[in-house]
Design a protein around this ligand. Structure first.
Ligand code: TRP
Ligand code: SF4
Length: 341
């Protein structure tokens, strides 16, 4: 029976259209689990407010964009629950209860939160800037809210990137503390599940990110993709077409081949580069075809979704209703365990 499956849950803040690094690093990891587990995927709009409370005009569109990217990539609303945080008020009640048992210094020590605060204040070099100003009370509760997201389904696995590990450690600590204080083993300790896939770099060789202007979006057209990949950096020591190249010093094009092309194509590309048989422009043109082929059906699906906004809203609404139902049950049990009135 469905309900006997273990549960996984994960989420993203709606900050705009997703790039192909999200696709490979996060979404493929989520998709793998949706048959085996009861899966809950969250669009964390409250978490977005913790730093972007002053830019709410973009929020609705960002939510829809994220959901379209997910479905186009293969998150199947028939298998997984796709839901919006602010449509599940049960989460906020659990968050409040958890906030009572969470020591203040636990959240103050959260390294990921510390980093977010540095970025917010605009004093962290080489990171995305987000200088909207204050560190709010809500931001300090970030990992506590995230804990509520996870344990309101009693999820045991959380497929996330490395950047979320510090938050998750706090989630496990809060879970243990709850069980300890109320002498129960009700909550499972949520474990992270990291992807095996190597990080995809941006076209400039730096970390891929939308505010670095170096990303390729899932929703980019084939022409956009071509333009961007033509700008990608290559082996800097290869000046003339006749110079032999060094694929391993070609920080973007070469890793992209390894990820997106088949073994034979990779062998050929390396050989022809090392022996100056192919130029970098030719090499990129072939890569553009490969990358565009790879994303063709995903992009077609996304176009269809863009033309069908009612369906997307329906998915969000239905998923959020389902999430409310599960979360409501757990919340009720939590209140019983805490002996609330
Ligand atoms: N903090 C996550 C991020 O920035 C988003 C998130 C919110 C999340 N709630 C979660 C991730 C619960 C995993 C589980 O991407
Ligand atoms: Fe990189 Fe290809 Fe140029 Fe070689 S030929 S340096 S792999 S872009």
């Amino acid at each position: 029976m469905q309900t006997e499956k273990k549960r996984i849950m994960s989420g993203m803040r709606p900050t705009g259209k997703l790039h192909i690094g999200h696709y490979l690093g996060v979404l493929t990891n989520w998709i793998k689990f949706q048959d085996e587990y009861n899966s809950y995927f969250l669009v964390a709009d409250w978490h977005a407010l913790t730093t972007k409370y002053d830019r709410t005009a973009e929020l609705k569109q960002n939510i829809v964009d994220v959901v379209m990217d997910w479905i186009a990539s293969g998150i199947d609303p028939k298998k997984s629950v796709i839901y919006l945080q602010s449509l599940v008020p049960e989460t906020s009640e659990l968050h409040l209860l958890l906030s009572m048992i969470t020591p203040q210094n636990w959240v103050e020590r959260d390294p990921t939160l510390k980093d977010m605060i540095k970025i917010l204040r605009g004093n962290k070099e080489g990171e995305e800037q987000d200088v909207s100003g204050i560190v709010s009370y809500g931001l300090m509760g970030y990992p506590v809210l995230q804990t509520a997201d996870i344990i309101q389904f009693n999820a045991s696995l959380v497929p996330v990137g490395k950047d979320q590990l510090a938050h998750l450690e706090i989630s496990r600590d809060i879970t243990k503390r709850f069980n300890h204080i109320y002498k129960t083993d009700f909550f499972m300790e949520p474990q992270p599940k990291l992807t095996q896939i190597p990080l995809l770099k941006g076209i400039d060789g730096q970390k891929m990110g939308k505010s670095f202007n170096n990303d390729i979006k899932i929703s980019d057209t084939e022409e956009d993709t071509a333009k961007k990949l033509m700008r990608a950096i290559t082996d800097r020591s290869r000046i003339k077409r006749t110079d032999p190249g060094h694929p391993d010093q070609c920080e973007v094009v070469c890793p992209y081949y390894k990820i997106f092309a088949d073994e034979q194509t990779v062998q050929k590309q390396r050989y022809e580069c090392e022996n100056a048989i192919r130029g970098c422009a030719d090499c990129k043109r072939e890569l553009i075809e490969i990358v565009n082929d790879y994303f063709r059906t995903v992009r077609q699906k996304r176009k269809e979704l863009e033309n069908n906004p009612d369906y997307v809203h329906e998915v969000i609404k239905t998923g959020s209703d389902k999430a409310r139902e599960s979360a409501g049950k757990i919340l009720k049990q939590v209140k019983t365990i805490m002996q609330m009135y």
